[in-house]
Design a protein. Sequence first.
Length: 123
Amino acid sequence: MEYFRIIEVTVTEQTIKDNCTLQNLELLSNEFISLGLPSANTLQIGGIWGEFTLSWCKIKGGVRFALLECPNALAWTVTTGYAPKPDAIVVHLTINRTEIKPAFVEEIEDFLADHSECLNTLF
């Protein structure tokens, strides 16, 4: 399944890469807490879905985050410069399921709403 959020803010790809980092996790979401110090590309976190290793990497257009031990392979990107809205920030979240319980859908929607609001405030 996949979910999209469009944040009507104009930023550069480099601005996303510079600001959407593991070191800035508290600015990106209220749903996760850091459980240690970040390495270059990973951080132990706790949150609404339990404890996971959160990975981070630069990609074309921005950055990708993933919960490495998540049985749903939950991952999301924060990008700009490409469809579906090249002049805005696009958050794209995916999981490896075609059907999920309504409670999980609600948690995903809540996370995306919070993350989008945090990104809007940050930028």
